[in-house]
Design a protein around this ligand. Structure first.
Ligand SMILES: Cc1cc2nc3c(=O)[nH]c(=O)nc-3n(C[C@H](O)[C@H](O)[C@H](O)COP(=O)(O)OP(=O)(O)OC[C@H]3O[C@@H](n4cnc5c(N)ncnc54)[C@H](O)[C@@H]3O)c2cc1C
Length: 337
């Protein structure tokens, strides 16, 4: 098998990249270790920044987002029971964030890829990358029990934090910056209509709490906790009581409760690696950097990475440029260095 760009990982980075390349007439093949069903049901991010929303519309995959996404023009910061609204639209010249779950984004991207007859090979096994510093890099993998080799011009390592691409780069070629925070978030997904139409970040002496949502029927809430917090010690009643305490307000606001449909403890970590290129391999998204969920940033950063990568690849394939991005003239375009 041969393709100009072999993409490892069908998360936001990999799928957005393949659609951006498709728009430029550059073919790619996406390899994914999980099934389509798994990706389309896995609960992760939910806050899309304006740039991500705009890109979905530009790529023609924003139809459901337009109907189902919940636009938020601001957030509330709550201290000592008093809310202070931060008006995004006023502060950013009209921009806002949109609540639309990551797995819904993936559904839209996967459907668009498959409708265009562009391959995504799901449930691949034993994926490995080879000859990264040569003119003929390759990806080896197994699919449907058969060993395959995919020859490429470039490989995009969009396989997330636990993927195989970053560890395939010699450690001596990478500089890693890493920080584990001394707290975690206990998060729940609840069948409860949102108690507020915007997110609430609450500072409380018992610890931080966040109210957010995934849809008009589903709320997503978090409590700051210890990194080794035992989730078994948190029956639903205790979680609701603690959320009620930390989100309490002087203004008569009431937290809507409902059945908890998912709960877990998420550690807080920052990790950045540089450079994001080794020979013909380019890292993008969580494969290169992760930020704690506090900022609701990871998905949006993954999208920002592949926008730059797609632009550089377009410059390479259309103009043979290897050094400077033709669009802005500033960022160093990549292919070949
Ligand atoms: C619980 C949780 C909540 C989060 N909340 C938010 C939020 O509110 N807002 C936000 O912006 N971000 C959030 N994030 C972060 C966000 O989900 C990630 O930053 C985003 O998914 C990064 O996209 P990605 O494509 O780089 O990586 P991923 O989404 O991790 O995709 C990588 C893909 O590669 C596949 N893969 C891995 N190894 C291989 C292999 N060897 N071969 C083939 N395929 C492979 C994986 O199966 C996966 O599908 C959250 C993350 C978690 C875990």
């Amino acid at each position: 098998m041969r393709t100009p760009v072999g993409i490892i990982g069908a998360g936001p980075a990999g799928l957005f990249l393949s659609l951006l390349l498709q728009r430029e007439g550059i073919a790619s093949v996406v390899l994914e270790v999980h099934s389509r069903k798994y990706l389309e049901e896995r609960i992760r991010a939910g806050v899309l920044e304006q740039g991500t929303v705009d890109l979905m519309h530009e790529l023609g995959v924003g139809e459901r987002l337009k109907k189902q996404g919940l636009e938020h023009g601001g957030i509330e910061l709550r201290f000592g029971g008093r809310g202070h609204r931060i008006d995004f639209r006023e502060l950013t010249g009209g921009k806002c964030v949109t609540i639309y779950a990551q797995h819904e984004v993936l559904k839209d991207l996967i459907a668009a890829k498959l409708a265009a007859n562009e391959p995504i090979i799901f449930e691949t096994e034993n994926v490995s990358v080879h000859n990264l510093e040569s003119a003929a890099p390759a990806i080896h993998f197994r699919a449907n029990g058969i060993s395959e080799k995919l020859e490429c011009d470039f490989i995009a390592g969009c396989d997330g934090f636990h993927g195989i691409c970053r560890p395939s780069i010699p450690a001596s070629a990478l500089q890693i910056y890493d920080r584990d925070y001394p707290f975690a978030w206990l998060g729940i997904l609840a069948q409860a209509p949102p108690s507020s139409h915007e997110l609430i970040y609450a500072y409380h002496q018992r610890g931080f709490a966040l109210f957010s949502m995934r849809s008009p029927k589903i709320s997503r809430l978090y409590l700051q906790c210890a990194p080794d917090e035992d989730i078994a010690a948190w029956p639903d009643e205790r979680i609701w009581k603690e959320l009620g305490n930390r989100l309490e307000t002087t203004a008569g606001w009431k937290l809507t409760e409902g059945p908890v449909i998912q709960k877990g403890v998420t550690g807080m970590r920052s990790f950045v690696t540089e450079p994001m290129q080794f020979g013909k391999l380019f890292l993008a998204g969580d494969a290169a950097h992760i930020v704690p969920p506090t900022g609701a940033k990871g998905l949006n950063l993954a999208v920002a990475d592949v926008r730059v990568l797609a632009r550089a690849l377009r410059e390479f394939y259309t103009n043979g440029r290897r050094s400077v991005c033709g669009e802005c003239g500033r960022c160093s375009g990549f292919p070949g260095g």
